[in-house]
Design a protein around this ligand. Sequence first.
Ligand code: SAH
Ligand code: SF4
Length: 395
Amino acid sequence: MKPLSEWLPQLANFTIPALRGTVTRLRELRRNEDRVTARDIASVVLCDPLMTLNVLRYSQARMRARQLWHWIYHHGLTSFDGMSSIARPMRDALAATYGLNRPTIAREQRSIDGTRKWLLRFEDGQEVETVYIPEEDRGAVCISSQVGCALTCKFCHTGTQRLVRNLGAREIVSEFMVARDSYGEWPSPKGDTPRLLSTIVLMGMGEPLYNYANVAKAMRIVMDGEGIALSRRRITLSTSGVVPMMDRCGEELGVNLAVSLHAVRDDLRDELVPLNRKYPIGELMAACRRYPAASNARRITFEYVMLKGINDTEADARELVRLIAGLPAKVNLIPFNPWPGSAYETSTKAAIDRFARIVNDAGFASPVRDPRGQDILAACGQLRTESQRAVRAKS
Ligand code: SAH
Ligand code: SF4
């Protein structure tokens, strides 16, 4: 069974010139280039699989493709059955060839504070973690971009896993869809209808800028106004500092940027975030200063994990302030989340408070990230490791 929505993500990233000249069907798109969306492009190319079903002429296929998009991404349907605007024979024909399945939920944990965490398993058996983190009124879905990670940040549990593979665009979008299923929040809101799940943070497993093409496709799909319809202002991409991709991300996607800084001197950052040897702090900060989507209303978030006796002195805080001076920025102070075998401890509350005060007095918001879902929330990546261990033990 082929996943139908596979067609949509594949197409979302087509540039208009790449489509140019393919066929006369694209005439209309060409006329409206500046307003062409992921769905427009998908709906044109989707016509092929629909027409091979032999039910349709081109004009009908185009309309059906748009209807499918709406059922899949606006209503969140997982079967063709409920697609009432599509005639029964066509629904049957689609169902015979295509599937709309979500990934399997291998494990779900619910915290008393509302945090939910899923271990999702894809068709090939690979697993990633997705988390819903509630905030005062609405919350964020924390999404993974890769199975494992090629980088090896010292304090990060995912960094102990090797990179297995990139997630495809469809898989990335499906993480959000599973979370929305869990809260029964379909259909996607039009206008200002409040939804708990209205924000995406790309802060799960993996380095999103090392899987940029798929992440970009996925974000274009979730941003499309006829589908999930999240605004770019509600999406934050977190990077450990893949400098050359930061410019592209800002220009092409315009989502909010979070940068995992964690150290203010190259010698220490080389050790904590080894990617720093390739793209040192100076280059990273220059890329932040160029980031097109940053403004006072949309500040760059600097993430800073508080490691006891490593990066948490007052001198560190003052140097941090110097580095970000003049940038529209805020600093998220993250108490280190320990995991078995990790080499670090969480900074003391007094040290975190001192650090936060210095940053705050310099005019930058410096929230200390609340420990959320403490009863369930192991460090990111731990669920997957546990699950793999269980599989190995069985075999
Ligand atoms: N790879 C991307 C996004 C995923 S990590 C990045 O590095 O930015 C999301 C955030 O969680 C990063 O800021 C990361 O440094 C932080 N993090 C990882 N392990 C942590 C731990 N054990 N405790 C606290 N924060 C952690
Ligand atoms: Fe990868 Fe981010 Fe973890 Fe570093 S912190 S190992 S980049 S997931």
